[in-house]
Ligand binder design. Structure first.
Ligand SMILES: Nc1ncnc2c1ncn2[C@@H]1O[C@H](COP(=O)(O)OP(=O)(O)OP(=O)(O)O)[C@@H](O)[C@H]1O
Length: 470
C-alpha cells in the first residue's frame, strides 16, 4: 500500500488526493453519466476525411439494410429487443447496438449501457465515448470505448493500432490504463472496425490545465502537483523496466480522477527499446513535450530518457499552468528549449558529431547560442520548493546521458513524501511487442484480428450476456 499520500481533507482545493488506486478498487459509479443530448464534440475533434465519410456512409447503409432485414424476420414476442440489437456477429458472435454519437456510428456490445453515452473526444487515431457496464467482478463501471479511426488505412497506421492493443493487454499497473474488452462487430472477410474498451480514468490533465487557464483559478495545489509527478514516474518505472518507451507523454494522455489518481492513457506511439531495425522517427511525439535529442540528434537511437524530458516539461507546466516550450514549429521549439536550458556545450556537440555527422553539428552550431538560465529565478514567481527546482533541473538536461533516469527520479527528495519502494513495481519481464517485422496493412489487419480472437477478459471486463468464459 502507498504510505504517505495526504488525505483529501488536507487541502482546501477542489481535487482531493488519495492513495494510489488499485485496479480492483475502482469505484462503482454513483451518478449517471450525462445524457447523450448533451454530447458536444471537443475542440480536438478533427473533420472527417473524404475516405472516412465514404466508409461511414457505406457502414450506415449496411446497418440500415441489416435492421430492415431483422425487422421483417422478427416475431411478435421479440419485437422490442430485436429492434435494437443485431444478430450475433463478429468473431465471438456477440450482439450489438449501433448508436450514432457525434456523427459516428459506434457498435456497442450487448451488456453495455446505451442510454447514457457521453462523447469524450477524438484524436488523430480514434473517437472515444464514455458509458457504463456491469463487469465480471459484479461492479458497474464507467468505461470508455475507443473506435479506432481507419485502423487499416496503411501499414504504418495498422501497426500503431496493433502496438496499442498489444500494450493495453500487457501492461498491468495501477497508473496505466489496460484493456477491458477488445472487439469488432465485423466478420473476418470484412474486418474494418476495431473497438478498445478501457476503464474511464477521469478528466485529462490537458482539460484540467485548460480549465485553470480559462477561469484563471488554480485547481491543482502544490501537493497535487507532487502527487501527479510521483504517479507519472511510478508508472514510467514500470514501463521502462519492460524496455518500453512511451514516446508521447503529454497532459492529454494523462487522466486524473476526482481522487487525484492518475492513469497514463494511450500507448499508440510506444515502442520496444529492444529492436533496432525500425526507425525511431522524429515525428513520433507531440512536439511541445519532445526532447531535443528527438528533435535533432540521435534520432534513430534515442532511449527511454526522452520520456524523462517529457516529465520535466509536464512538471513545469503543472507548476506554472502554461506549456513550457510551446514552439510553433520544430525550429521555434528548439530555440525555446535552448533559451531555458542553454545550447549544447562542447562535450555534447562532440557526441552529436560522433553519433551523427559534422554536418549535423554545424546545423546545431548555426543556431543562436544561449546560456542555461537559473531555474530558481525563472520560476520564482510560482514559489516552488528547492526540491522541485532540483528535480526539474535534472529532468530538463539537454544531454540524455546526463539526464536523471526513472530509477533515480523516483528516489528524489521531492517525491520522498509519497515514495514507497515496495509499492513501486517493475515489470516482471521485457515486453515483446512482435511489431518490428515488415507487414502489409492486410497482414497487420490479420494480426489485429488474432489479438481480438485471443483477447483474455479480466475480472474488470464487462459481462457479455449469455456467454460462458472465454
Ligand atoms: N480511459 C480514458 N479515460 C478517460 N478519458 C479518456 C480515456 N481514453 C481517452 N480519453 C479521452 O478521450 C479523448 C480522446 O482520446 P484520444 O486518445 O482519441 O485522443 P487524443 O489523446 O486527444 O489525441 P491523439 O490520439 O491524437 O493523441 C481525450 O480527451 C482523452 O483524454
Amino acid at each position: 500500500m502507498m504510505a504517505s499520500a495526504p488525505s483529501s481533507s488536507s487541502t482546501s482545493s477542489t481535487l482531493p488526493i488519495s492513495h494510489v488506486r488499485r485496479h480492483e478498487d475502482v469505484p462503482t459509479p454513483s451518478a449517471p453519466p450525462s445524457k447523450r443530448s448533451n454530447i458536444q464534440p471537443q475542440e480536438s475533434y478533427e473533420p472527417k476525411t473524404w475516405l472516412q465519410q465514404q466508409m461511414e456512409q457505406e457502414q450506415q447503409r449496411k446497418l440500415a439494410e441489416e435492421k430492415k432485414k431483422q425487422s421483417t424476420s422478427t416475431t411478435g414476442d421479440d419485437e422490442e429487443e430485436e429492434d435494437v440489437l443485431s444478430q450475433p456477429r463478429g468473431p465471438h458472435k456477440r450482439r450489438f447496438n449501433f448508436v450514432m454519437v457525434s456523427n459516428i456510428t459506434f457498435a456497442i456490445p450487448e451488456g453495455y449501457d446505451v442510454d447514457s453515452i457521453e462523447y469524450l473526444g477524438g484524436g488523430s487515431f480514434g473517437n472515444v465515448i464514455k458509458t457504463s457496464a456491469v463487469c465480471r467482478d459484479g461492479h458497474r463501471r464507467w468505461v470508455t470505448i475507443k473506435k479506432m479511426r481507419e485502423p487499416f488505412f496503411d501499414p504504418h497506421h495498422a501497426r500503431r493500432i496493433f502496438r496499442e492493443i498489444k500494450l493495453l493487454q500487457l501492461m498491468r499497473h495501477d497508473n496505466i490504463i489496460c484493456a477491458l474488452d477488445i472487439y469488432t462487430p465485423d466478420e473476418e472477410n470484412d474486418f474494418r472496425d476495431v473497438y478498445v474498451v478501457t476503464e474511464f480514468a477521469g478528466r485529462s490533465l490537458y482539460r484540467i490545465l485548460k480549465q485553470q487557464r480559462d477561469y484563471g483559478r488554480r485547481v491543482l495545489t502544490e501537493e497535487h502537483v507532487k502527487f501527479i509527478i510521483y504517479q507519472i514516474i511510478r508508472a514510467l518505472k514500470y514501463i521502462h523496466s519492460a524496455n518500453i518507451i512511451h514516446r508521447d507523454l503529454k497532459p492529454g494522455n494523462l487522466a486524473l480522477t476526482d481522487d487525484s489518481d492518475l492513469m497514463i492513457l494511450d500507448f499508440g506511439l510506444a515502442r520496444s527499446l529492444e529492436k533496432k531495425d525500425t526507425s525511431l522517427t522524429q515525428y513520433v511525439q507531440t512536439r511541445w513535450y519532445r526532447s531535443p535529442e528527438v528533435i535533432y540528434w540521435k534520432i534513430d537511437s534515442y532511449t527511454n530518457l526522452a520520456d524523462m524530458w517529457s516529465v520535466g516539461c509536464i512538471a513545469a507546466e503543472l507548476l506554472t499552468g502554461d506549456p513550457l516550450f510551446p514552439g510553433d514549429d520544430v525550429n521555434a521549439q528548439y530555440q525555446r528549449i535552448t533559451q531555458l536550458c542553454g545550447s549544447p556545450d562542447e562535450e555534447l556537440l562532440a557526441k552529436i558529431e560522433n553519433d551523427n555527422s559534422s554536418a549535423m553539428k554545424a546545423v546545431i552550431q548555426s543556431y543562436k547560442v544561449y546560456k542555461r538560465r537559473n531555474f530558481r529565478e525563472v520560476f520564482a514567481a510560482y514559489s516552488p520548493s528547492a526540491d522541485f527546482i532540483d528535480l526539474i533541473e535534472k529532468l530538463l538536461v539537454l544531454d540524455p546521458e546526463k539526464r536523471i533516469t526513472v530509477e533515480e527520479a523516483i528516489q528524489h527528495p521531492y517525491l520522498a513524501e509519497f515514495s514507497l519502494p515496495a509499492d513501486e513495481p517493475r515489470a516482471d519481464h521485457i515486453f515483446d511487442l512482435d511489431d518490428t517485422q515488415a507487414r502489409t496493412r492486410f497482414q497487420w489487419r490479420d494480426a489485429v484480428w488474432t489479438e481480438i480472437m485471443n483477447y483474455q477478459r479480466i475480472m474488470q471486463s464487462p459481462i457479455i450476456p449469455g456467454e460462458t468464459d472465454r
